[in-house]
Design a protein around this ligand. Structure first.
Ligand code: JFZ
Length: 324
């Protein structure tokens, strides 16, 4: 683990990107669940998805200038929409008006700029016909819907999830990091965790396809040194307190993931933008405790970084250059 994670602990600072059809709704990546939208109500964002201003070379440039050295992209989020050209579904960018794979060009652009590349993949999937409705699902309060979907077979969904991860780790060259999201065993009806995801088997497949890969801790398995254990932990939207925190000083790398404004997906009318000075202090706080920071940008539906996100990254970059 120490050898495999050497680049990760040296790089320290990464770019997280949450992007999908929810960016067009521009009010949080959980919009479908928050507003309990049906498949039909959510459909227009897919039908009109056409990020005409998307330029991954620009994204890579902005992130590099902020001092970021690795990149993690949502290949699929909880709504089930895939940025990659999966053969296992039509719910993907290639089937929208945009009409093509978004992951290949992004991987290429970020690699060319010098980034390590990681894939976020949502274990949760509100689109898949065999994904059992649970307490997070958009139709969680719809008794008729729950009744009608009672027979859903989570093992059939797990086959799909394993198949998609195989595609991701086969079709895009070397992948440095896998960021699964997330397990919630014990939380309400049809809760899911390592048993439903078949996490141990999934992890073994990742390690077979990409032996050097780093895997996060949201598959519901243990952490640390062992065949079935995660390689790093992911405290979320909190800075682990103090040098005595549960992660500091342990052999297991940790990575705080943070947002620019509290939302991961593009949230146009949000006013909680963190000023660059705060972001710098968060980065210093993390690094001083031996951790990484994965800072998120939620690009717009047209494929750009919002000017407020670009300003934030530029502000961090300014500090970087003054302190090189
Ligand atoms: C998850 C997602 O639901 C969210 O949309 C975003 O992608 C984020 C990075 O990850 O949110 C979580 C997942 C797990 C916990 C908290 C938020 N958790 O285990 O405390």
């Amino acid at each position: 683990l120490e050898e495999r994670s050497a680049w990760f602990t040296a790089d320290r600072f990464g770019l997280f990107v949450h992007w999908g059809v929810y960016a067009a709704a521009a009010r949080h990546e959980w919009v479908r669940a928050r507003e309990k939208l049906t498949e039909e109500q959510y459909e227009p964002y897919f039908e009109h998805f056409d990020p005409d201003l998307h330029d991954p070379v620009k994204w890579a440039e902005d992130a590099w200038n902020a001092g970021m050295r690795y990149f993690v992209i949502t290949t699929k989020h909880h709504d089930g929409f895939c940025l990659f050209d999966s053969e296992l579904t039509d719910y993907k960018a290639a089937s929208t008006p945009y009409g093509r794979d978004l992951i290949g060009p992004m991987v290429e652009a970020f690699r060319a700029r010098g980034f390590k590349v990681g894939f976020y993949y949502s274990l949760i999937d509100w689109h898949h016909p065999e994904f059992p409705v649970d307490l997070y699902h958009p139709q969680r309060d719809d008794a008729d819907y729950i009744k009608a979907t009672e027979g859903r077979d989570v093992t059939a969904y797990a086959d799909y999830l394993h198949g998609q991860v195989r595609e991701l780790l086969t079709n895009y060259g070397r992948i440095d990091l896998m960021w699964f999201d997330f397990s919630y065993e014990g939380r309400g009806f049809n809760a899911k965790g390592p048993k439903e995801w078949r996490s141990a088997e999934l992890m073994a497949m990742c390690r077979e396809l990409q032996p050097h890969i780093l895997i996060n801790n949201r598959l519901g398995l243990g952490i640390g040194q062992g065949p079935d254990t995660a390689d790093f932990t992911t405290p979320e939207q909190v800075q682990p307190p103090g040098h005595e925190n549960e992660f500091a000083g342990s052999a297991v790398p940790w990575e705080a993931c943070q947002t620019l404004n509290g939302s991961w997906g593009y949230d146009r009318d949000n006013l909680d933008w963190k000023p660059p000075g705060m972001l710098v202090r968060m980065l210093l706080d993390t690094v001083s405790k031996g951790g990484n920071m994965l800072l998120n940008v939620g690009p717009t539906g047209r494929g750009e970084f919002d000017p407020r996100a670009r300003d934030a990254l530029a502000g961090v970059g300014e500090w970087m250059r003054l302190h090189e």
